[in-house]
Design a protein around this ligand. Sequence first.
Ligand code: ZN
Length: 235
Amino acid sequence: MGRTFEIAQIKGISIKLHWSFFLLILFFGKWFFFVAAVFFFVTMHELAHSFVARKFGIDVRDITLYPIGGIASMSKLPQKPYQEFLISIAGPLSNLAFIVIFFFPMKAFLGSNMLYASLKYIAAGYFVPYNFKFVVGQIYWINLLLALFNLLPAFPMDGGRVFRSILTTKLGFYKATKIAVNFGHFFALIFGYIGFSKGRFLLLVIAIFIFISASEELFIAKMMEKAKSMNNNLV
Ligand SMILES: [Zn+2]
């Protein structure tokens, strides 16, 4: 996936920046504080996944930060559906926890009007550096966007994994993956359509990323199905 640069080590997990991250600094260079804050929250999100994964004996060596999120590379897939469920939901929950814990302090600092106005802008996809407090408000709400976006029940988002883990208990791993992948393709097409018709370039990039990643998940599931049937034949 190209060059990465290690920026920190947290509890034995190497935090790496992907080179394309520097494109983000190029675009938002004036608001370095904003970019740094986004990456702080993405890192927190990935660490939450990683710490829960470790509880289940899955090793996480590094977290790579991309402009549209992070990826924790895990040594193996969770064995049980409930493990996948807990690992996947931990990320979005960490962002939601941040929103809940800091809600009243933020309200006291910004005042209700500014707090909700900053949500309105950031939810519409606009970052407006109107003044310092407004920037802080928008940074705070990024957590809500991260949580909600990742909870979409579609691969490759966390919500897709949560969705699959629930379906797996009823339909088995392969069928469950197929359904979650179909949802991923569906959301990718919707994002692609909106991105294209409204000229939102970033949304178009996200749509393509979702489509390809969802397809990869199906490929992995197919390989695992094949390996399983080969093992069965051997036995
Ligand atoms: Zn996540």
